[in-house]
Ligand binder design. Structure first.
Ligand code: FAD
Length: 374
């Protein structure tokens, strides 16, 4: 059995993120949920290096390994899952597309900016292409030394504040990936969706109308965009699993705390065996999620392909987050149903982790398909 003991450096990263969240995020988490993220907080995260923590030091990032990055995302998710979503989508999807598939010139140009906090959105989903990503309709037509992009992207995380957009469009060679600057003529960002949860993170449509993009902005080879998207989504799913784990840990801690203080029948609710049996089931599910995530991180760090491991980790952690957040409300009784406690927000925030970056059904297709392979 592989040992998943965190190194001193990984623990230090986790503790620094925990400390930052305790001071800067927890006290205002309800406000972030209601009003969105203030620019000041996002720039502060950029200045402190959180928005470049996974980027190599040669490009101005912190060069942290996937375990350390996962610990940081988990800490942010405990405090505010919308903020963790912003960070994970920027790092694991936007920046990762450039890190894994960009040319040397592209990396030198874009990664240092991204590491300092130039938010990068990942534009794959379309109104008629969700789970079935191969059916995207956005087009990129070649014209001399550039491409003309047109189409509609849907549900794009942080599109409202992004400086760069990693965009997947069809060319005559198949799906192809481009990086597009926010200031490019013809690119417009629509109104944020009114969402159930992760409300501090904005999710918007992005419209491309005859957007002229230089050929040098193509990431990777023409027709290889789908391969890029899939490789990056493996990292994205590690980020979602880390965020889901953070929500689950937070909901569990709040359930224990509340029941240790709430007295009914002249004793604390936590002293009832029925409650303790629930704690046992909850703790085991969280630990199982953590082991699957750490196994996936370990596989990623060993350089092996980790698609199956990431799918298992994302599926387990996201379903666990929903279960624990739901039990947390139950243990709070009527108070859990009100905005006086975090329980209702954690429950709303947990729900998205079973949908974005591949639904639970899509994760089962990946894992089940692998199991059925001869
Ligand atoms: C808050 C939020 C943020 C997001 N951020 C981004 C982002 O930054 N970038 C981006 O590109 N996208 C983003 N997305 C999109 C997200 O990844 C998609 O919503 C998700 O992949 C599902 O696609 P869909 O919504 O079109 O659902 P659909 O694909 O229409 O699926 C609807 C239901 O049918 C099920 N289903 C579909 N096909 C099958 C099948 N073959 N077998 C069994 N069941 C099936 C699904 O599992 C799901 O339950 C975001 C979405 C949200 C809500």
């Amino acid at each position: 059995m592989t040992s998943f003991k965190l190194t001193d450096e990984q623990l230090e990263c986790r503790d620094m993120a925990r400390d930052f969240c305790q001071k800067r995020v927890y006290p205002v988490t309800r406000q972030l949920d209601e009003e969105g993220l203030p620019d000041k907080l996002v720039s502060e995260m950029g200045e402190l290096g959180y928005l470049g923590c996974s980027i190599a030091t040669e490009y101005g990032g912190m060069g942290l390994d996937p375990f350390a990055v996962s610990c940081i995302i988990e800490e942010f998710a405990k405090a505010n899952a919308g903020l963790a979503t912003l960070m994970a989508a920027h790092l694991s999807l936007g920046c990762k597309s450039m890190e894994l598939h960009g040319s040397d010139e592209q990396k030198k140009k874009y990664l240092p900016q991204m590491a300092k906090g130039a938010i990068t959105s990942f534009c794959l989903t379309e109104p008629n292409a969700g789970t079935d990503v191969l059916s995207i309709q956005a087009k990129a037509l070649p014209e001399s030394d550039h491409f003309i992009l047109s189409g509609e992207k849907q549900f794009i995380t942080s599109a409202d504040i992004a400086k760069y957009y990693v965009v997947f469009c069809k060319t005559d060679k198949g799906p192809t990936c481009f990086i597009v600057d926010r200031d490019t003529k013809g690119l417009t960002v629509g109104q944020p969706e009114k969402k159930l949860g992760i409300r501090s993170s904005k999710t918007c449509p992005v419209h491309f109308e005859d957007v002229k993009v230089p050929a040098e902005n193509m990431i990777g080879q023409p027709g290889k965009g789908f391969r890029i998207a899939l490789s990056v989504l493996d990292y994205g799913r590690l980020g979602v699993a880390a965020g889901a784990l953070g929500i689950a840990e937070q909901a569990f801690a709040e359930a224990v705390d509340y029941t240790q203080n709430r007295v009914q029948f002249s004793q604390t609710i936590s002293s009832f065996q029925a409650t303790q049996f629930k704690f046992a089931d909850m703790r085991i599910e969280i630990d199982a999620s953590r082991y699957l995530l750490y196994h996936a991180l370990h596989t990623a760090m060993s350089g092996e392909r980790f698609t199956i491991e990431a799918a298992k980790a994302k599926l387990k952690a996201s379903e666990t987050a929903s279960y624990i957040a739901d039990e947390n409300i139950q243990m709070h009784g009527g108070y859990g149903y009100t905005q006086d406690y975090n329980a209702e927000r954690l429950w709303r925030d947990a729900r998205i982790t079973r949908i974005y970056e591949g639904t639970s059904e899509a994760m089962r297709m990946i894992v089940g398909g692998f199991c059925a392979k001869k």
